[in-house]
Design a protein around this ligand. Structure first.
Ligand code: ARG
Length: 457
């Protein structure tokens, strides 16, 4: 049988070993130690300020908590399962360190508002780190888009060659996605950064707590307005997991392209040796494992979101122990998304682009067939008709193994009397790109405009 618990007063017998092990979260919530201590220091300082505890006692407790942080960071402190969770472990250490006065820390507080506070402080840090990494990858994409400006590759729909695009435009598409991801993290952070402290177990407190003070001490924007909601709410955690999941979705799409564009079949890109790994049997192999693992780890991020939503589904108010299960998905998604952004950033910095292969791929596949239809439309042919005519020309080429640019004017005119000498210019690869001047389009003008707008940001 295990040691006496902090909550052991009403218990006649010690906790069963199995139960101790089954219920403990100390094995993973140790990760929250800094946030737990920050929350406790704010709380005890407030107790001192309000005269709920004598000031010297409050100060003594706060100082000891800081020391405990040092002990944890230098590896001097070890925890065991009997301590249940990080909150109890730190409190026990506090009491062992400064005696019974340490037992006053928990005045006017419950582990329910405590753990909600810890989690919010932790997620605020994680959101900030994700934001910093997203801003880094944003910078990488802009820098590479500037460096590689002018390179043309086939753009795809349905994985079929569609229309020529600037490689820079492609890179900046991911920039837009990561900028929205950053918005999502910032939005999640706004909802995370509200203080539940003072909600107690669920009903508030009989002590004259100053909730605004603890919120301010913790750098939080305001307090949760309903004590029941304060301890029951994990929406903010779901917001964070959703932001992670969408970011991973974007990273996995980028990874997919890095994987197959670096294959010999495509050869559009090559990834540096330092970022690839070999095969244990095939000596020639150089595998894009980092990109594959980013793609693969997306499954975790989705799973973690569904995990938390499922834990919360149908839970009666207010706190239920089920909610302890919120931690591992959060820790896993936070770590995963940060590592994967870092990995993708390395790949984007390191990749070399094979301009020749990209251009060659543009040469067959009738990428300027739309430009041919547009050309006829500009001559007054209704677009539906010009689309059909261009389609027939493509079919004619395919039957004869020709490219659009191989056709003579005479051949072209058998399809439409409207076709003149100027058709050559209209269907050249470079003009196809150049004339896509619409805002947000792939032409060099709008892409340059976007780049310079981003540079100003
Ligand atoms: N380890 C618990 C959790 O993570 C802390 C809160 C426990 N509260 C309680 N009433 N047992 O949710």
């Amino acid at each position: 049988m295990a040691k006496k618990k902090a909550w052991g007063g009403r218990f006649g017998a010690g906790t069963d070993r199995f139960v101790e092990e089954f219920t403990a979260s100390i094995g993973y919530d140790i990760l929250l130690y800094r946030h737990d201590i920050a929350g406790s220091v704010a709380h005890v300082r407030m107790l001192g300020k309000q005269g709920i505890l004598p000031k010297p006692e409050a100060e003594r407790i706060a100082a000891a908590l800081r020391e405990i942080q040092g002990e944890i960071e230098s590896g001097k402190l070890s925890f065991d399962l009997s301590q249940e969770d990080i909150h109890m472990a730190i409190e026990q250490r506090l009491i062992r360190k400064i005696g019974p006065v340490g037992g006053k820390l928990h005045t006017g507080r419950s582990r329910n508002d405590q753990v909600a506070t810890d989690l919010r402080l932790y997620l605020r840090d994680e959101a900030d780190e994700a934001l910093a990494l997203l801003s880094k990858i944003d910078g990488t994409l802009v820098a590479r888009a500037e460096e590689l400006f002018g390179i043309v590759l086939p753009g795809y729909t349905h994985v079929q060659r569609a229309q020529p695009i600037l490689f820079s435009h492609y890179l900046l598409a991911y920039r837009e996605m990561f900028a929205r991801d950053a918005d999502r993290f910032a939005e999640a952070r706004r909802r995370i950064n509200v203080s539940p402290l003072g909600a107690g177990a669920l009903a508030g407190s009989t002590f004259p707590l100053d909730r605004a003070f603890t919120a301010r001490e913790l750098g939080m924007e305001g307090v949760c307005e309903n004590s029941i909601d304060a301890v029951s709410d994990r929406d903010f955690a779901a917001d964070f997991l959703y932001a992670c999941a969408v970011t991973m979705m974007h990273l996995s799409r980028l990874s997919e392209e890095l994987v197959y564009w670096s294959s010999s079949e495509f050869g559009f890109l090559s990834l540096p040796d330092a970022l690839c790994t070999g095969s244990s049997i095939m000596p020639q192999k150089k595998n894009p494992d980092v990109a594959e693992l980013i793609r693969g780890r997306t499954g975790r991020a989705y799973g973690n979101l569904v995990n938390l939503l499922t834990v919360m589904k149908g839970l009666p108010l207010s706190y239920n122990r089920d909610m302890q299960e919120d931690k591992e998905p959060l820790f896993d998604s936070a770590r995963t998304v940060k590592r994967c952004i870092e990995g993708a950033d390395l790949l984007l910095r390191g990749m070399a682009v094979n301009e020749g292969r990209m251009r060659a791929a543009c040469d067959d596949g009738f990428l300027t067939a739309t430009d041919l239809a547009d050309y006829l439309a500009r001559k007054g042919v209704p677009f539906r008709k010009s689309h059909e005519t261009a389609g027939k020309i493509v079919r004619y080429c395919e039957d004869r193994g020709k490219r659009l640019k191989d056709l003579t004017l005479k051949e072209l005119r058998t399809f439409s009397r409207e076709i003149g000498e100027d058709v050559r210019d209209a269907i050249s690869l470079s003009n196809s790109v150049r004339f896509r001047k619409t805002r947000g389009g792939t032409g060099p003008d709008p892409v340059r405009a976007r780049l310079s707008a981003l540079r100003k940001k």
